[in-house]
Design a protein around this ligand. Structure first.
Ligand SMILES: Cc1cc2nc3c(=O)[nH]c(=O)nc-3n(C[C@H](O)[C@H](O)[C@H](O)COP(=O)(O)OP(=O)(O)OC[C@H]3O[C@@H](n4cnc5c(N)ncnc54)[C@H](O)[C@@H]3O)c2cc1C
Length: 434
């Protein structure tokens, strides 16, 4: 192999603190973006404030959409940490309905459960194997802004010993989750006109640990203020396959009582109402009940400005219909990487910027209409009378529920699908982009 001319800087000459792109946060969004950028030959720094393996509050559920993204990155599911599921079991209104995942060419016919304890580590290791440079226990503290251009050109951070460090790159990707301090520091804030959820979960040792269906309970009653109110949201029981079940619930912000609900108490009351033999008792509880926010329907925009791209929860990319965020974080990571690679191939700064500005447009074209429908959905299910009607009558109609599953899980053929797919795709196209 011939050496490059001595005058050209090579990767080896470059200080370790410089890169083609910096990614802040090694969750599913950051690790996926890093994987695709590194595979395209970019020098990528992936900065993560924690060290793997580490706990992450989540339901640990992966739909066929997420499986597709994992498969695209060469991840296989042979080891026993992966639990396959065949569909969704819905419980409500006295009905228990098992709906297999739709049979589609676009998506695999199975979902998975894998605890985030090591799921994120698998993705991060995959990015490292592709060439990304991962720095754990590196807490990013703020942006470095170029005064002349007013663009982000790097980040400040604390290294594992707490010492201040600076990293530099012409492009920075915020994949730092719901709070996204980096976005906030760059003036990109949350939008109040977009839905938000709160979810809590814990684990129980349970005979149900190897359930091969994801289970969702549609009736969550709250008695805050002495009145029973049907809440907009659902509870879940996902088998983790290691002797435990992940049990949790998520509620949307479309009811007046959203702020007042004691989520931990609600979870305790709900699990106490379950059959004794499932073992969802205090003695069987493994770990505390922990919760976090679900930023939905693009609740932080713009997704690109001044050299900063937002990916995953940082950009509020959770699906408002079902609270799924991992698949969308990975999909957006792939889109972001593709845009960055194309931008790098341009010869002028102006042309590069135009290419980067494609990112918010592609996101809006891909998810905008569907997320707008999701926003309407969140409003509608915030009405207790609708929820009551839907659980009482809707659940008994299997065809309607098959449609609902496709709609809620966003699982349709993009083209040449059946009548249901065409209706869902048509509605998403007609709705104005979020
Ligand atoms: C209770 C609950 C249950 C859920 N269940 C599901 C589910 O079953 N299925 C599903 O698909 N989605 C679920 N979600 C949503 C899902 O967890 C998120 O959408 C997903 O984690 C988003 O990935 P991300 O990479 O964008 O962000 P995150 O997973 O939040 O990753 C962000 C990363 O950035 C790091 N970071 C943050 N700040 C800094 C900093 N300053 N410097 C360096 N690193 C930093 C963090 O340590 C973290 O590793 C659930 C959420 C909750 C709260």
């Amino acid at each position: 192999m011939s050496e490059p001319p001595a005058s050209q800087p090579t990767l080896r000459d470059r200080p370790e603190s410089e890169a083609d792109a910096i990614i802040v946060g090694a969750g599913p969004a950051g690790a996926t973006t890093a994987y695709y950028l590194a595979r395209s030959g970019l020098d990528v720094l992936l900065l993560e404030k924690t060290a793997f393996p580490r706990e992450k509050v989540c339901g640990d559920g992966l739909t066929p959409r997420a499986v597709k993204q994992l498969t695209a990155m060469g991840i296989t599911f042979e080891d026993k940490g992966w639990v396959r599921n065949h569909g969704l079991r819905i419980i409500g209104g006295g009905v228990r309905l098992e709906l297999p995942w739709p049979d589609l060419a676009e998506y695999p016919g199975f979902g998975l459960v894998r605890t985030r304890q090591d799921f994120d580590q698998i993705l991060a290791e995959n990015a490292v194997a592709a060439g990304a440079r991962l720095r754990e226990r590196t807490n990013v503290t703020g942006p470095v802004i170029d005064e002349r251009s007013n663009r982000i050109v790097g980040v400040t951070a604390k290294d594992p010993d707490g010492a201040p460090v600076t990293f530099r790159a012409p492009l920075v990707i915020a994949a730092d989750g719901n709070s996204s301090r980096l976005s906030v520091a760059m003036g990109v804030r949350k939008r109040d006109d977009r839905p938000m959820g709160v979810a809590v979960r814990t684990y129980f040792t349970s005979p149900r640990h190897d359930d091969d269906f994801l289970e969702s309970w549609l009736e969550l009653w709250d008695s805050t203020g002495g009145k029973d109110v049907l809440l907009p949201g659902y509870g879940w029981v996902f088998g983790v396959g290691d002797g435990t079940s992940n049990v949790g619930l998520g509620i949307l912000n479309s009811t007046a009582s959203f702020q007042d609900v004691d989520y931990r108490k609600l979870l305790r009351r709900w699990t106490a109402s379950m059959p004794e033999e499932w073992g969802f008792t205090e003695e069987n509880q493994r770990g505390a009940i922990r919760g976090a926010a679900l930023p939905m329907g693009f609740n932080r925009t713009p997704h690109y400005a001044r050299g900063l791209m937002l990916v995953g929860d940082a950009g509020g990319m959770v699906n408002p219909f079902n609270g799924e965020g991992i698949a969308y974080a990975m999909e957006a990571g792939r889109i972001a990487a593709d845009v960055v690679v194309q931008a790098r191939g341009r010869s002028t700064a102006q042309s590069r910027e135009r290419a980067l500005l494609r990112y918010p447009d592609i996101l809006a074209d891909t998810y905008g209409g569907y997320y707008t429908l999701g926003r309407y959905f969140v409003q509608v299910i915030g009405r207790p009378e609708f929820m009551r009607y839907a659980t009482r009558y809707g659940l008994r109609r299997r065809t309607l529920m098959r449609f609902t599953l496709k709609m809620l899980a966003n699982l349709t053929e993009p083209t040449r699908g059946d009548a249901m797919d065409r209706v869902i795709n048509g509605l998403s196209k007609m709705a104005p982009a979020a």
